[in-house]
Design a protein around this ligand. Sequence first.
Ligand code: PEP
Length: 293
Amino acid sequence: MTTELREKVERIVRQVVRETLAASEGALSQLAGALPDGRTPLVVANWKMNHLSEDARRFASGLELADGVEVVICPASVLLPVLASALGAASPVRLGAQNLHFEPSGAFTGEHGPAMIADAGCRYVICGHSERRTLFGESDEAVQRKVAAALGSKLRPILCVGEKLAEREQGATFRVLRAQLLADLADLGSPAPDPRELVVAYEPIWAIGTGRTASAAQAQQAMAFCREQLAERFGWAWAERARLLYGGSVTPDNAAGLIAQEDVDGFLVGGASLDARRFSEIVAAAAPGRGGA
Ligand code: PEP
């Protein structure tokens, strides 16, 4: 059997197993009063180290939401109060931080602890972004502690995982993703967190800020693999309820093709999130009926 044919057969078998297990586990957990099925599309803006107060205000007044899509904006931490007030208390838009320290408080100059982030109005926090890993030397151990600390403070971690270009070219994508997910989700305690409380973003490093997006098929393949890893860790009924985001040069032009993939539940958007109009177009593309769940 050729490698291509073997991979195809394996994919089909995995899909059948996945659907069967999810159906049976889903029925059991619904009997036990667990969540109904369905993943609300989620679109997250990561402004990185960009924008001043005036830009944040302009963004808030230009942002257009779409029914059925949850929107999160992660500005630089100093902009959180400005953005919160520009959006207004009644806004359904949620705030997120781009990073956190895993210790609750103490002598960590320049850092923000989980309770501070929650106190600033955040519901989400990005953990293990590749720029933190590569530019600031963040290890999987630190990322794991951040994920656990976020969950412990009622923040929803958006855990970023993804392979480097060389790793993809060497055929090591799945190995890297598996290792990151195993390490970053270790020691979460028992019982498992609510699947709505943990978001995983697949962000191939070669696609971040490069203008080079993963094809829809590449994104789907990697994200189906991530969901399988979550299922191995927490069970299929859990994994089918957790949201997986794609990140890496998402634009209004490629968003529709990506969100149409079964395992793409939304986006983590960098460059294109700086402009309210472009970001709103991405949000619109994720709306149920247009591509989102
Ligand atoms: C990111 O920073 O998470 C990201 C995906 O950036 P960009 O959209 O610019 O590639």
